[in-house]
Design a protein around this ligand. Structure first.
Ligand code: SF4
Length: 350
């Protein structure tokens, strides 16, 4: 197998034992990153590294298994349902937090959409559903239509959201002539169609991606972007500010900058809080008010936590952006900072 550090002979069993993610890169993404001028950073997104064998962590850092209410449907926060509709992606990110699922034949994937719709129908507090996986846009449009057949009749759903990296990995997918009718159906059902793109670096954004996103926007699809803060790839305020500015220019609202998770085989991508906060403050100094619409978020087992600041008292200040317990949402709390800490569990209580 080819690693960034060189070629190694590795037994199949050794790859599985170390939870090494399947290797796959689309031709268009390879071309984009090799001609972007940023290959030395972007190669770490998709090219395997021997560091994956050494990185400690676990495979379910935000408690997805515990929040699964029907196979393939998670209900962690009252308003949001998260559906895992496929275990495949167009290419595989080496830092993926769902590496327990992606590129494998997973039994966590939704199969019984009627059962899922029945659960959602019985939960009027759920106002939006996020189709994720894997990447929902590796599924055919016909398959996505079948899933929508179950979701669109549910009156209390306000929006259907698609979480996808396809605009980076295979932007031609958005040229499918059947897609406008799919989004039209969502609109006619009185719901918002939202695509959450996943650009970590402006070098991933091809001319084709921009053209196709502009075309879908003209058809009424809303776009948000989420990025992951990644060592060696985008841990640089110049790069992230330029990425968010580019998204804004294309009509994509920067939404979340995720703290890298302590995932087994991927924790070498984590950036310590001190550096992460320096980067976030520096990004904010570079952007106009309408561009800095992102939150620096840690998607923790206990909830989505916004990372606010490292105080002069050497404490990390945070706020629950989402929590199962309503009363905790918006509450600011702090923990003493330990040099090098990258995750809530690395910070001592007190
Ligand atoms: S596209 Fe998303 S689900 Fe797929 S490998 Fe990348 S991070 Fe994981």
């Amino acid at each position: 197998m080819n690693f960034i550090e060189g070629t190694r002979v590795i037994a199949e069993g050794e790859l599985q034992a170390n939870s090494i993610t399947r290797y796959r890169v689309t031709k268009s993404y390879r071309e984009q990153i090799t001609t972007s001028g940023y290959y030395d950073q972007l190669k770490y997104i998709v090219e395997p590294s021997l560091e994956e064998f050494e990185s400690p962590g676990n495979l379910d850092t935000s408690g997805e298994h515990d929040n699964t209410v029907v196979p393939g449907l998670q209900h962690k926060y009252a308003q949001t349902g998260l559906m895992l509709v496929t275990d495949r992606c167009a290419s595989y990110c080496r830092y993926c937090f769902r590496k327990r699922i992606v590129g494998k034949d997973s039994d966590e994937i939704a199969t019984d959409f009627a059962q899922i719709a029945q659960y959602i129908g019985n939960h009027p507090e759920m106002t939006n559903v996020l189709l994720s996986g894997g990447d929902p846009f590796v599924l055919s449009t016909a398959k996505l239509e079948k899933i929508l057949n179950h979701l669109l009749p549910i009156p209390h759903l306000d929006s259907i959201r698609f979480g996808t990296k396809i605009a980076a990995y295979a932007p031609k997918r958005f040229e499918d002539p059947a897609l406008p009718a799919l989004f039209q159906r969502i609109h006619e059902a009185g719901k918002a169609a939202v695509i959450v793109t996943h650009f970590d670096h402006f070098g991933e954004i091809s001319v084709e991606a921009e053209r196709n996103i502009r075309s879908l926007r003209a058809q009424g699809v809303q776009f948000l972007n989420q990025s992951v803060l990644l060592a060696k790839i985008n841990d640089d305020p110049e790069i992230l500010a330029a990425t968010f500015a580019k998204c804004h220019q294309m009509g994509i609202r920067p939404y979340y900058l995720f703290q890298g998770r302590p995932v087994k085989g991927a924790s070498h991508f984590q950036v310590p809080f001190r550096r992460g906060l320096e980067i976030v403050h520096s990004i904010n100094q570079r952007l106009s008010g309408i561009q800095k619409t992102f939150k620096y978020i840690m998607s923790h087992y206990t909830g989505k936590i916004e990372i606010l600041d490292l105080g002069a008292d050497s404490r990390v200040y945070m706020r629950y952006h989402q929590n199962r317990a309503y009363e905790k949402v918006g509450k600011i709390f702090s923990r003493p900072y330990l040099e090098g800490a990258c995750w809530l569990d690395d910070l001592p209580e007190g």
